[in-house]
Design a protein around this ligand. Structure first.
Ligand code: ATP
Ligand code: MG
Length: 174
């Protein structure tokens, strides 16, 4: 099964993200991510055997040990990929070092446990659109708010349908 580890949307940031998403709808073409799918990816595992899920849960718990809930503030919009077909996301302004410590802790535990995880640099973000056409360069001002990061989730991801289906296999409170 396809697995990834993510933080739940910080309590307090959800409404602002929905507002940013709504204003993007009026000016950017692409595929919108439903607010029920919003998350902040910490580590992408990819295909893992179902029999290894319990081990992954243990490692993610270990990686979160010693990390306390922390405050963070939403920041600006950013993109990954080509301007004609980009992932469009909203990032975080305050809380960068805490986000980084959380992601590095989880990634190190998984790596030390023998799992190959995606090693791209970590930029905490919430993807709001896929295949967005941002060639005209006009983006709205994002809505920002402050919230608390307190939950890490191991998700399975099923991409066989019209939209991704994520299932929370385990929730870990910081
Ligand atoms: P879709 O691929 O249909 O657009 P999705 O990207 O939301 O849907 P997945 O591809 O299963 O679903 O990815 C789950 C999460 O992991 C997303 O946040 C995605 O951005 C991230 N992710 C996917 N592939 C990688 C990768 N190779 N490296 C880092 N993060 C990844
Ligand atoms: Mg994907």
């Amino acid at each position: 099964m396809r697995l990834f580890v993510a933080a739940d949307i910080p309590d307090g940031c959800y409404d602002a993200l929905c507002e940013t998403s709504a204003s993007l709808r009026s000016c950017v073409r692409g595929r919108y991510v439903g607010p029920d799918l919003f998350h902040v990816t910490l580590a992408f595992l990819g295909e893992v055997l179902a029999t290894q899920v319990a081990e992954v849960v243990c490692l993610v718990r270990k990686g979160c040990e010693g990390v306390s809930p922390f405050r963070t503030t939403l920041g600006g919009l950013g993109t990954f990929g080509r301007a004609s077909s980009a992932d469009l996301w909203q990032g975080f302004a305050e809380g960068q070092s805490e986000w980084s410590a959380l992601a590095q802790g989880v990634r190190k535990a998984l790596r030390d446990g023998g799992f190959a995880i995606d090693e791209k640099g970590f930029i905490p973000h919430v993807t709001l659109m896929r295949r967005a056409d941002v060639t005209h360069g006009l983006l709205p001002m994002p809505c920002v708010d402050t919230g608390t990061v307190s939950t890490v989730v191991l998700f399975s991801s099923d991409l066989s349908g019209d939209r991704p289906y994520y299932e929370a296999l385990e929730r870990i409170e910081l």
